[in-house]
Design a protein around this ligand. Structure first.
Ligand SMILES: Cc1ncc(COP(=O)(O)O)c(C=O)c1O
Length: 445
């Protein structure tokens, strides 16, 4: 490649300080970074990122649960280069090979019967579209979402989200109702699993009977809540809520933006572990492994009423993003990522449980596959969230070359959602660094 063709401004060797200065001058404060002194990444390979000083990091967060095939995967890079040279863009007003091929490949890996796809640019847009379709199909405005949920930041999806992101006072959103999620560590009913009889899930019947016209358009739920701090309810939660949703005529939407594409191990989709058959799944993040793409999959009967004027996106289904997503599916299949996520997930779980045994700051360990979390508390009995300690743990990990994510309403949950390329050696490094960080931070508890 003739590097001289690349804009000189992009090729300059900037320092982190220089870039942060430009950002401060020209980017709105809504764009914030992790760490007291933010890091500037310039390159990546596998599950390793490199900053502008050449320092390398084991990436346990994949951006935000996104770079599922890791960085610079040869097949991914080659596919993008090839597609850019063929045709980078035309709209879905014209047929293109990548959109058609992607829809066929998605139908092959989808939960049974979900053969129809609609492709957009992000998870928020995917959820917007899915909810619109459900409301139209059922001719009913009511959507039930869960406590601690995160479904995006567009106007509607922000209203469906309860993960603590509302910063301006808003009226109660029209047509949206909220159901407790199965957050066993902090059960709102003060019960313990399994003696609780999954009361949180059963509450849905009371909610629909008393807060709607006894019918709903849809129930939207994450199989494992991500932004909320990797909260995984017992599998019965989904079986019971699904049964109630069907009793009241609603569609079951599984938001697989984080749990999709093999992240939870063994299965393509997180909801499949519960045995529940969703009506719609929404997807983004790992779908394009970093190239912007989102979408939903649904059954033909619901899709048949989602017609020309119902939706459109200029970039939705563009050839480049669709080609990237086809490469992602290929790589997941060829590299046996589903199996790998399950095996590495079991290995990781053992280490996280060992950390729980050794450290009083670890309140809870949860999740599965390559989607696991640790909730940090100041006190095991009171469960007071260790919010400031979490920030210190992040700083220590970063200094030691390990990147972790942060979640939870109180910002006290570590999120581990790495590229599925992650190796056992990298898991070992993550364990050793977390062990060190907890030991340091615990001294001041
Ligand atoms: C479960 C879930 N749904 C939807 C979204 C929104 O996706 P996006 O940021 O691509 O709009 C997110 C983003 O974090 C998410 O975690």
């Amino acid at each position: 490649m003739d590097e001289k063709l690349i804009p000189e401004d992009l090729r300059k060797a900037y320092s982190a300080q220089e870039i942060l200065k430009i950002e401060k001058q020209h980017i709105v404060p809504a764009v914030t970074h992790y760490y007291e002194t933010p890091v500037l990444f310039v390159k990546g390979e596998g599950a390793t990122l490199e900053d502008a000083t050449g320092k390398k990091y084991v990436d346990l967060f994949a951006g935000i649960c996104t770079s599922i095939t890791g960085y610079a995967h040869p097949k991914f890079v080659a596919t993008l280069q090839w597609q850019i040279e063929q045709l980078i863009y035309t709209s879905s007003l014209y047929a293109t090979i990548p959109y058609a091929v992607l829809s066929k490949r998605l139908a092959e890996i989808a939960p049974k019967g979900l053969t129809q796809s609609f492709i957009v640019n992000s998870g928020s847009e995917a959820n917007e579209a899915a909810v619109y379709m459900a409301r139209k199909f059922k001719n009913n405005p009511y959507i039930v979402a869960c406590s601690h949920a995160y479904h995006g930041r567009t106007t509607l999806t922000r209203e469906l989200s309860t993960a603590g992101w509302r910063t301006v006072p808003e009226p109660h959103p029209a047509g949206v109702r909220f159901q407790p999620f199965g957050y066993c560590y902090r059960c709102v009913f003060g019960k313990e699993y399994p003696d609780c009889d999954i009361q949180c899930a059963r509450y849905l019947r009371e909610l629909i009977r008393t807060q709607t016209n006894k019918a709903i358009a849809a129930f939207i739920v994450e199989p494992i809540q991500g932004v909320a701090g990797i909260i995984q309810p017992p599998p019965e939660f989904f079986q019971i809520t699904h049964e109630i949703v069907k009793e009241f005529g609603g569609l079951f939407i599984s938001d697989e933006v984080q749990t999709g594409f093999g992240r939870t191990g063994h299965k393509w989709w997180g909801i499949e572990h519960s045995g529940v058959s969703p009506d719609i799944i929404t997807m983004a993040k790992g779908f394009g492994s970093g190239v912007p793409i989102g979408g939903f999959l649904t059954r033909p009967e619901y899709a048949s009423e989602y017609t020309t004027t119902d939706s459109f996106a200029t970039f939705g289904g563009n050839p480049l993003s669709c080609a990237a997503a086809v490469a992602v599916i290929d790589i997941i299949q060829e590299s046996n990522y589903l199996q790998r996520a399950a095996e590495n997930g079991a290995y990781l779980k053992k280490q996280l449980l060992a950390l729980k045994d050794d450290h009083k700051i670890v309140g809870d360990v949860r999740g599965q596959g390559m989607m696991q979390g640790i909730e940090l508390v100041k006190n095991q009995q009171t469960k007071e969230p260790a919010t400031q300690e979490m920030l210190k743990v992040m700083e220590i990990c970063r200094d030691e070359g390990v990147l972790i994510g942060k979640g939870g309403i109180d910002g006290n949950a570590i999120r581990i959602q790495p590229p599925l390329e992650l190796t056992k050696e990298q898991i070992d490094k993550g364990y050793a660094v977390l062990d060190k960080a907890f030991t340091i931070v615990e001294k001041n508890l």
